[in-house]
Ligand binder design. Sequence first.
Ligand code: PMP
Length: 440
Amino acid sequence: MTHVFYRNSRSTPPTATRGEGAYIYDDTGKQYLDGSGGAAVSCLGHSDPDVIAAVQTQVATLDFAHTGFFTSGPAEALAERLVTHAPDGIDRVYFVSGGSEAVETALKMARQYFVETGEPQRTRFISRKQSYHGNTLGALAAGGNVWRKEKFAPLLADTAHISPCYAYRGQEAGESLEAYGQRVANELESELQRVSPETVIAFIAEPVVGATLGAVPAVPGYFKRIREICDRYGVLLILDEVMCGMGRTGTLFACEQDGVAPDIITIAKGLGAGYQPIGATLCTNQIHEVFVQGSGFFQHGHTYIGHPVACAAGNAVVTKLTDGGMVARAAQMGEKLDQALRDAFGDHPHIGDIRGRGMFRGLEIVEDRASKSPFDPARGINKRVKAAAFEAGLICYPMGGTVDGQRGDHVLLAPPFILTDDQIGELIEKLGTALQSALS
Ligand code: PMP
């Protein structure tokens, strides 16, 4: 008998008892290869001695000091480390406990920025259809995933949505990738004009879309055009790197590969690598200065912001990612994973697309490759793949997205960067078994 309220209210999952490297073990001793790092969390695997030591030392030195009274060494050190590697202009870091809090913080920071600068009529956000930015009411409202929102719709602020940059389904015959990217980016300008640009606070998007589309990067030039449009209308650009940030795509910040510097970036998941719950909202000095010169106070806050133990874990993680070469390893092993996926599933009759960057890869499952038509949602393909993979000892992250109004299926892979060549082989073999069993 369990008293824990699980996501799936009708069943109790197996009990995880131990983690080692790229594996998790349950209480029966069964071994699972963590092919998705949970949900793109465990970038360093499960028993990293340096992160464990940093957590142990910090908790024994200073467990907690409320930021209403103090800053702390770990918070200062982690902020400095992040800012050193962040895109141009990003200069301040607001620590929180996870991704939804980071997005919620970004939305409120952006809103208060305009209140302080005398533009209180800016009250809405624009995001992309099918996007997911977190489960708290503000972050949920900002997202565009209908299924996740529909039960809560009456409680959610109205957000405008444009098309995602999703070349596999959106690119028209004869259209170049660049032209496609400009066309969908230009939807932001049309939408701004439709809702009146002076009413918009910010545009929010993931540089590489994770959970809702399955590791879909924007096409070249897309985010540069988005940046231009935001600048033209004085709208802030928030990039949500909760899932794709912290080295996952082969650079510490995913947006480095798009050549844009946003006004605000959210990170979480890989920042604590699973050793501690931590997220952060990073912003430009320009935004921070407005708060300094204005009310002097960001009207926000949570009890655990800047938690010393979480920041100590984050510091050890980011040190390994940067100085320790793990971001470079994510780029290198990511190429190998991509090649292995193409070799194994490139001709698979039901794999329509293989995509992603670094150790962030997605497979789109279709009924028919030529027409790209998805399977009937009633077949629950993504759930079947998840169950069959789990049975075979592989944790992966299959999801259903909405494809042209219909549910479609994809598998997201986000393994630890420490994955070895042999473990890539194991992942491919187990995924093959799962696909065969789920699709038969
Ligand atoms: N933004 C993105 C892009 C995410 O993928 C997620 C989590 N999947 C969140 C925000 C919310 O993060 P959390 O679950 O840590 O609250």
